[in-house]
Write a protein that binds this ligand. Structure first.
Ligand code: PLP
Length: 414
């Protein structure tokens, strides 16, 4: 009865602890199926916050992590080179067409690292007034202090900290040529104090599954280059085929100055994130003393166990045609979810790759009810702020995907 004992002491994510739905006691999980201790089986529509890209318990990942656990679960990166972490750095550089990889523990910390790198890049170049960042309304870059300060602080869950956090510029996401002109005017006017632009390419996920076009993405990139700003693509959520391309930046055929990866990097097995930078940024840290160097080093940086898992996850991304798979998912989601377009409470239905989102006008209380309804239908989904969405494992069976879509339809009708 470990769960019973721990219940009094655990503090849950994004949860009002006074009244929340009971947590589901888990016995195990395999592929897209979750096995509960009471014998129920749920089809997982969100793959543990989009990280379990290859499904749970993939034998290739389990084998890699087991092997590495026996060799060496951890050794510090300061002073020691281990095969898995170095191999992963090489592979990520090839994959992203970038140059140097800084490992950390989670998406949020990798965002913090990216911010620090941008600041120091300009400090090293003696442009010390470039201290602020541009990000977009509805963006989400994590929950740590710096990452929170990239959120829209006039609204949303981090608003209450607006007086405490760093002051950056949270701008409306440009929707058309006119917006882009305004956006560029703002950049022009403030360019002296802006270090870079943080963007979730193609889809702002945790901020409400908001999409934008590859053309707009491309234009924002071009504007950032025109005005000499660093362009930081936070691909924590959309990287690794989630939008049917290897990286979401590929839709706009752009290579960012810095890419942030997390979530599916390890196939959802262990926590690991990477901040990957291009050559010019790395070179700006070279010098005669530690003063120019990046003074940063998480204890578990480049953890070999996590790296072995990430290498195995990259094997699977290489061996499988995930472009084809995610396009198939896109087709099914489009067909199934668009059916609900005219349902009561539905405001919009959007699909790209393995992301299907239904925006509704439902409230928080309704969301809790919906969660219950999904579970009753044998499906795990976690709608938030009026958005019902699925981001399943990329290798989910068609049959299971249809069950998820049907459950959404049923729940909307009832
Ligand atoms: C999840 C996410 C993060 C934060 O990652 P954590 O591992 O939860 O710290 C940052 N950026 C984006 C775009 C994300 O989706």
């Amino acid at each position: 009865m470990n769960i019973e004992q721990g219940k009094k002491h655990i503090w849950l994510p994004y949860t009002q602890m006074r009244d929340h739905l009971p947590q589901l006691a888990i016995a195990g999980a395999k592929g897209s199926k979750i096995f509960l201790q009471d014998g129920r089986i749920l089809i997982d529509g969100i793959a543990s916050w989009w990280s379990a890209a290859h499904g749970y318990g993939h034998p290739h990942l389990i084998k890699a992590i087991t092997k590495q656990a026996k060799i060496l679960p951890h050794i510090m990166l300061a002073g020691f080179a281990n095969d898995e972490t170095y191999k992963l750095a090489w592979r990520l550089a090839q994959l992203t067409k970038l140059d140097h990889v800084f490992f950390s523990d989670s998406g949020s910390t990798a965002v913090e690292v990216a911010m620090k790198i941008c600041w120091q890049y300009y400090i090293n170049l003696k442009q010390t007034q470039k201290t602020k960042f541009v990000s977009f309304k509805n963006s989400y870059h994590g929950d740590t202090t710096g990452a929170m300060s990239l959120a829209d602080l006039s609204d949303g869950m981090h608003q209450k900290f607006s007086q405490i956090l760093l002051q950056n510029f949270s701008l409306d996401f440009p929707q058309n040529k006119n917006d882009l002109n305004k956006f560029e005017d703002f950049i022009k006017k403030n360019q002296q104090q802006i270090a870079g632009i943080f963007i979730e390419p193609m889809v702002q996920c945790a901020g409400g599954m908001k999409f934008h076009s590859s053309e707009i993405l491309r234009e924002i990139y071009d504007i950032s280059k025109k005005h000499n700003l660093l362009f930081i693509a936070d691909e924590c959520a959309v990287g690794f085929y989630r939008t049917a391309k290897k990286f979401a930046c590929d839709h706009a055929k752009i290579t960012p100055d810095i890419m942030v990866l997390g979530k599916a990097l390890t196939g959802g097995c262990t926590t690991l994130a990477a901040t990957i930078v291009d050559q010019k940024i790395f070179d700006a840290f070279l010098g005669d003393s530690l003063n120019q160097a990046l003074m940063h080093g998480p204890t578990f940086m480049g953890n070999p166990l996590a790296a072995s898992c990430a290498n195995a996850s990259l094997d699977l991304f290489e061996q499988n045609d995930y472009t084809k798979k995610t396009l198939e998912i896109e087709k099914i989601l489009t067909k199934e979810l668009l059916k609900y377009r005219n349902y009561k409470n539905v405001k919009d239905v959007r699909v790209i790759g393995a992301i299907g989102a239904i925006e509704t006008d439902l409230q928080r209380k309704d969301m809790l009810e919906l969660r219950k309804k999904f579970i009753a239908q044998g499906v795990f989904l976690r709608p938030f702020e009026g958005v019902i969405y699925t981001m399943p494992a990329l290798n989910i069976a068609t049959k299971d995907l249809k069950i998820i879509c049907d459950a959404i339809g049923e729940a909307l009708l009832s």
